[in-house]
Design a protein around this ligand. Structure first.
Ligand SMILES: Cc1cc2nc3c(=O)[nH]c(=O)nc-3n(C[C@H](O)[C@H](O)[C@H](O)COP(=O)(O)OP(=O)(O)OC[C@H]3O[C@@H](n4cnc5c(N)ncnc54)[C@H](O)[C@@H]3O)c2cc1C
Length: 492
């Protein structure tokens, strides 16, 4: 039988997972991506001797072999899981508030103990909150495993915690169980991942996503998220599909209310019965399909949406051990106050930002040299695919670097004299650079400075203005590290 044809517009994680799943299930798939590398946000980029992770820092739903999570099962379904190594992250998150610093581990009991140790008077409420989250997660799992239509009919009865969560905000549920505003801020400090403060954040989303972290632990992809994106490409191509880079889609053809194919940036028409668009919905409806081909109700729903918060990211390479700037954990949330609505609202103003996230990628695997091993002055990319190299070269070219293999350029970078230790001045310089590059778009009030919290305990992580490091071994045995900082500042 002739295989059904599908075109996927965009090779972000959304497009790649759809394409991998379709090609594994017998479809003939073509993916068109405008960028020179696959992955969309899930990529890495090279600067001098450093290869920086651009995005993924805490994956939920992976889990160890004996307790795999939902995300891992989806990756198995896409024939991708076996091609990627996931590295466990030791703790869930560390919160730094004006009065205290707490690290929340993963695991239900351990997390409960950490919250309760800081707020002993609230122990019972904490326990009830976590118990509700655990039950919701179990109910959803039973729904996913439902064997017969009868199971589905019984779902509202069997899944009472999930049903009760419908239409409830995270703040409403917390208000019922706990009373200390400082505990509420700590419990929800990860809200930045979900983009809304607890007063507006769906309890269902918060509870299920956090339950996945607590149940399975957070993970990082070995070799950066570019390795994950490349694994998707390998899976698609092995299953007979094709991924076309540097060639986007400029139009989706429609005839008699049905899609018939796409026109690529190179002007080629590719016929397909199915089109999956990974481009954003506004571009898909207005630019690719044409609004005359989209139901009015859908256009109305699109028009009612509003712009969400953005992040302003600073990527920093360090030439000192992370511990030297207090970065011993993986994920730090730095709060200037306990009012998360205030933090959220500040993201829509030009005022000082009050909430920062710092990621220390080296904590997940200090021995993985994401950009290569410079021990002998050469740049090795052991175990990485050809596409990876090509992607890295393409990234370098895109960044205005001279043509040529990334290996040679990186060797040269290693020989260059090292810059002075990165500190607050460098953060300001990075910010100024961003302001110059994006005039009028970057919030000039962004606070890029060290937190003023006193650090009287040597064991406490210091919220140095940047976050973390990916360890490198420098030429002649010198250790070089890089730091990735994610700051939740505003970009209009
Ligand atoms: C700093 C940062 C940290 C993050 N950390 C995490 C994390 O720890 N865990 C987590 O789960 N998520 C994290 N995320 C979010 C995650 O990276 C994104 O949600 C995800 O990568 C988005 O994938 P996507 O496919 O939806 O979109 P995108 O990555 O935006 O992909 C869309 C793709 O479509 C292409 N495209 C668009 N239009 C066309 C066209 N007309 N023709 C061809 N191609 C086109 C684009 O070039 C792009 O490659 C993070 C994001 C950032 C920025």
């Amino acid at each position: 039988m002739k295989a059904k044809r599908a075109v996927v517009v965009g090779a972000g994680l959304g497009g790649l997972s759809a394409a991998a799943y379709l090609s594994k299930n017998g479809f003939k798939v073509d993916v068109f991506e405008r960028n020179p590398h696959p992955g969309g946000y899930a990529c890495s980029f090279v600067r001098g001797p450093f290869e920086f992770e651009a995005a993924l820092h805490e994956l939920s739903g992976i889990g160890p072999p004996e307790n795999r999570g939902g995300c891992y099962k989806i990756l198995e379904g896409c024939d991708v899981a076996r091609r990627v190594e996931f590295l466990p992250i030791s703790d869930f998150y560390t919160s730094i508030f004006p009065d205290f610093t707490v690290t929340i581990p993963h695991g239900w009991e351990a997390a409960e103990a950490a919250y309760a140790e800081q707020f002993p008077a609230e122990r019972k409420g904490i326990s009830r909150l976590l118990d509700t989250m655990r039950r919701m997660s179990e109910e959803i799992k039973s729904f996913a495993d439902a064997a017969s239509p009868l199971d589905l009919v019984a779902f509202p009865v069997k899944a009472s915690h999930v049903v009760r969560a419908l239409g409830t905000t995270t703040a409403q549920v917390m208000d019922r169980e706990i009373s200390d505003p400082k505990l509420k801020a700590l419990f929800c400090d990860i809200w930045g991942y979900y983009g809304l403060p607890p007063s507006r954040l769906s309890w269902m989303l918060f509870a299920l996503a956090n339950a996945s972290y607590l149940e399975h632990g957070p993970y990082h992809v070995k070799g950066t998220s570019q390795a994950l994106s490349n694994a998707f490409v390998d899976a698609i191509q092995e299953n007979g599909g094709k991924v076309h880079l540097r060639n986007g889609v400029r139009k989706i053809d429609v005839r008699d209310g049905r899609v018939t194919g796409v026109v690529t940036d190179e002007g080629e028409t590719v016929r397909a019965q199915y089109i999956v668009s990974n481009a954003n919905p506004i571009a898909t409806c207005y630019d690719l399909l044409g609004k005359e081909n989209v139901p009015r109700s859908y256009l109305k729903a699109l028009a009612e949406g509003h712009i969400a918060v953005s992040t302003f990211n600073v990527y920093i390479g360090l030439d000192c051990p992370g511990e030297a700037i207090g970065a011993t954990g993986h994920e730090y949330f730095i709060n200037e106050s306990y009012d998360q609505d205030e933090h959220y609202n500040a993201m829509f103003t030009t005022g000082m930002q009050k909430y920062w996230v710092i990621t220390n990628y080296n904590s997940a695997d200090p021995r993985v040299l994401a950009g290569g091993d410079f021990r002998d002055g050469a740049h090795h990319r052991a175990g990485r695919s050809r596409l990876d190299r090509a992607g890295a070269r393409a990234i370098c070219r895109d960044q205005g670097a001279p043509r040529g293999p990334v290996d040679r350029r990186d060797r040269q970078a290693v020989r260059r004299p090292r810059r002075p230790h990165l500190g607050r001045g460098s953060l300001h310089a990075a910010h100024q650079h961003a302001v110059q590059r994006q005039p009028g778009r970057v919030d000039t009030g962004v606070r890029l400075r060290r937190h003023r919290q006193p650090h009287d305990e040597a064991s406490q992580p210091r919220p140095a203005g940047g976050a973390v490091l990916r360890r490198r071994v420098g030429a002649h045995g010198r250790r070089v590290r890089d730091v990735h900082t994610v700051g939740a500042a505003r970009v209009r």
